[in-house]
Design a protein around this ligand. Structure first.
Ligand SMILES: [Zn+2]
Ligand SMILES: [Zn+2]
Length: 390
């Protein structure tokens, strides 16, 4: 079989697999609704010169971008997802990656990347100037050394080509304390269509990029930090003014991603939202003017907490209710006995939501991430933080 044909064949298989997974998940009612747009999208993506794939890696990020036969991968999910990402790339016909970007050294972004580095020829490996002492980061560095690859730290303003598409680095502008605010932020352009991907950048990094005067306007925005309320601040979102937003997050994730207020913002600006927690892997193609998607947008507008069967418990940072009242208020809430991810401070014996403002200030030796219930933590003698009111 000719290479070209095999590529087409593999891609068709992938799309059919995705179609079946999708149909299988949605049940009968949704089938007729999505079938038409999907068939069109299949044709478009198969013959397209430019495609972007938000691979479903559960709670984490992994985005594959292809143009004119050249490929780049931004993040690779957590430690358990390396092989799944590898398989997706294989099915898409990727044999070589021109760029591999690890947006920042958090496990849900670079955990699976050692597999990719080992299995694929990678021309350029781009990482921010931020190290971590985590096992996942060590494994990534080991894999890079094993392949004798060099790490490049991209400069803000630097532009790279991917076939006839290109991408420009917009951040991080300054070195920040937290991993998230050191995320590599890129704007990808293909003819008249553009895409903004910001890793886990939070409002601080977003503000710096806004202040830099960079042109943020994009058709598609890959929501920062999995749709967390630490990100997608209003000025940032206004500058991007996306028509489409893609959220990569895990089904029933314990962080409650995407958060209610962020979804409300997306709705307010009239953006169509796609989500990997509800729709699995999401693929789009561009002809340079028009975008085609493999699925219809999500219309649930449900936050991660609602999808996990609990109510939205993340409070606005401004409304800090005294902690004792909160504790009393919460005694009858169903969320109390629901397993969530919390961050413990083993020095102050406080517990926090993972995205609480005070978490980055906790010393590493006192910090512990746990997945447990609120009730259990209180029983163990921990107090809820007064800022995030977990
Ligand atoms: Zn993340
Ligand atoms: Zn992160």
């Amino acid at each position: 079989m000719k290479k070209h044909k095999r590529f087409k064949g593999l891609f068709l298989c992938l799309i059919i697999c995705m179609a079946f997974t999708f149909i299988g998940c949605r049940g009968r009612a949704a089938v007729s609704n999505t079938e038409v747009s999907m068939t069109e999208a299949v044709e478009d993506i198969k013959t397209s010169k430019f495609s972007m794939h938000f691979i479903d890696v559960g709670q984490g990020d992994s985005t594959l971008i292809g143009c004119d036969g050249e490929w780049m991968l931004i993040d690779a999910g957590d430690n358990t997802k390396g092989s799944a990402v590898q398989l997706y790339l294989k099915k898409a016909g990727v044999s070589k990656l021109k760029y591999v970007i690890g947006t920042h050294p958090d496990a849900d972004h670079i955990g699976g990347m050692d597999v990719i580095i080992t299995k694929f020829d990678c021309e350029n490996i781009l990482l921010p100037d931020k190290k971590s002492d985590s096992k996942e980061y060590e494994e990534l560095i080991d894999a890079i050394n094993y392949r004798n690859y060099k790490i490049s730290v991209p400069r803000v303003g630097e532009k790279f080509s991917l076939g006839s598409a290109d991408f420009t680095v917009l951040g991080p502008i300054s070195k920040a304390e937290s991993n998230n605010n050191n995320s590599i932020v890129v704007k990808v352009k293909y003819k008249d269509t553009s895409f903004l991907l910001s890793g886990d950048a939070e409002s601080e990094e977003e503000q710096e990029i806004v202040d830099s005067g960079a042109d943020l306007k994009a058709d598609v925005y890959h929501a920062g930090h999995h749709g967390s309320n630490t990100s997608s601040s209003s000025e940032w979102l206004k500058k991007i003014s996306p028509k489409y937003v893609v959220i990569s997050c895990g089904k029933g994730n314990t962080y409650g991603h995407p958060h209610r207020e962020v979804l409300d913002e997306f709705k307010k600006i009239g953006a169509k939202v796609y989500r990997t927690d509800e729709q699995g892997s999401i693929a789009l193609s561009s002809d340079g003017v028009k975008l085609s998607w493999n699925v219809s947008p999500s219309d649930t507008w449900k936050s991660g907490y609602e999808n996990a069967g609990t109510k939205d418990v993340v409070k606005n940072k401004a409304d800090t209710v005294p902690q004792r009242n909160m504790a009393e208020d919460k005694t009858t809430e169903p969320g109390n006995s629901l397993e969530m991810t919390y961050i413990l401070n083993n020095n102050s014996l406080k517990f926090h939501y993972p995205d609480c403002k005070s978490v980055p200030k906790i010393k590493d030796k006192n910090k512990e991430e746990v997945k447990t219930t609120r009730d259990e933590l209180i029983k163990r003698g921990y107090e809820p933080c007064k800022i995030c009111n977990p």
